[in-house]
Design a binder for this molecule. Sequence first.
Ligand SMILES: Nc1ncnc2c1ncn2[C@@H]1O[C@H](COP(=O)(O)OP(=O)(O)O)[C@@H](O)[C@H]1O
Ligand SMILES: [Mg+2]
Length: 359
Amino acid sequence: MMFYTTAINGVFAFLIAGGILFTRGGVTNELLLNLIFYIVITPVIGTTLTKIMFMSEDAMIVSDAINRIDEVLNKKPLSESSVNNIPKNNGITLEHVSYAYDKESQAIPKKNALNDVSLSIEPGQTVALVGASGGGKTTLANIVTRFFDPGEGRVLIGNIDIRDIPKETLMNKVSFVFQNSRLIKASILENVRMAKPNATREEIAHALEAAQCLDIIEKLPNGIDTVVGTKGVYLSGGEQQRIAIARAILKNAPILILDEATAFADPDNEVRVQQALSALSKGESADSPRKTVIMIAHRLSSIADADCIYVLQDGEIVESGTHSGLIERNGIFTKMWKNYSEAAEWKILNENKGLEVNA
Ligand SMILES: Nc1ncnc2c1ncn2[C@@H]1O[C@H](COP(=O)(O)OP(=O)(O)O)[C@@H](O)[C@H]1O
Ligand SMILES: [Mg+2]
């Protein structure tokens, strides 16, 4: 590329050098005319060549983009059921669920992302999914929200197969805060309102407060009307996550799915995110005192109170039980817990050291 650019743009140098060489035989009119002709014509050739080069590069980018758009357009929509089944409670059951991602989209075709997973969550229970990354936790969360259907087995909410629940009903039942929450380029207000289009300004402000977002809004030039993504308005991953939690609070659905919702939180706002989450998992009325919560977390201390912890490994549930029950079993979870507590201890020790140095 370097040589090409130099040659194309340095063509004047060659011409002038050539011109000087030829003037040794005396400057003739013919030589001058030739020189002027070439000086006028060569840049045209240079720019044309460069244009052709960039055009073929653009053509490649465009055809790649079109392929990707086609891929999305060719996706078959999930089947919509004609029966209007409304789940009576908020329990979740998975029966022998298996799922494999498209073999083509994988670098190395692997086995199922979920393999014969069965579990049952009573209404109002909080369950946690833990395990090494790639274990299938996110896949399971996506299947419960019906982002895709399982290859085998079925998912039931309130004893009804979610394929028989109308899309709107299902979406009203479930709210989620995902690993990679993203905000759209609109005001904070609009971003939160997405969860409930008819929400009033007060409701939205209230949700933002419950999600511990007040400090974020305070530093924005136009408060909750500030458009995110515009010049100078930047929110960190942890801050975006808290706005996503505000969305979920506003939606106030009875089933809540949290996928690594504290993953981006730095120590500074982790406590806040935790507070926001516990506000979120409270139920809205007396007859449903608690929401049904599926929580995926890598900070094991945050799930110690869960009613049941499932350990997923290579798409299978390898252990399950309460925190104390799993510790007694002395299996995989115990190992994870030991590693986790050691890491936590290490942090505290270091902090103490820091204090000593300061003293
Ligand atoms: N969109 C995808 N396409 C292909 N394979 C995927 C996709 N998402 C996840 N996988 C694969 O499925 C398995 C489970 O992934 P995931 O559910 O994201 O695990 P976890 O959330 O526990 O880290 C992994 O082996 C992963 O590589
Ligand atoms: Mg995940």
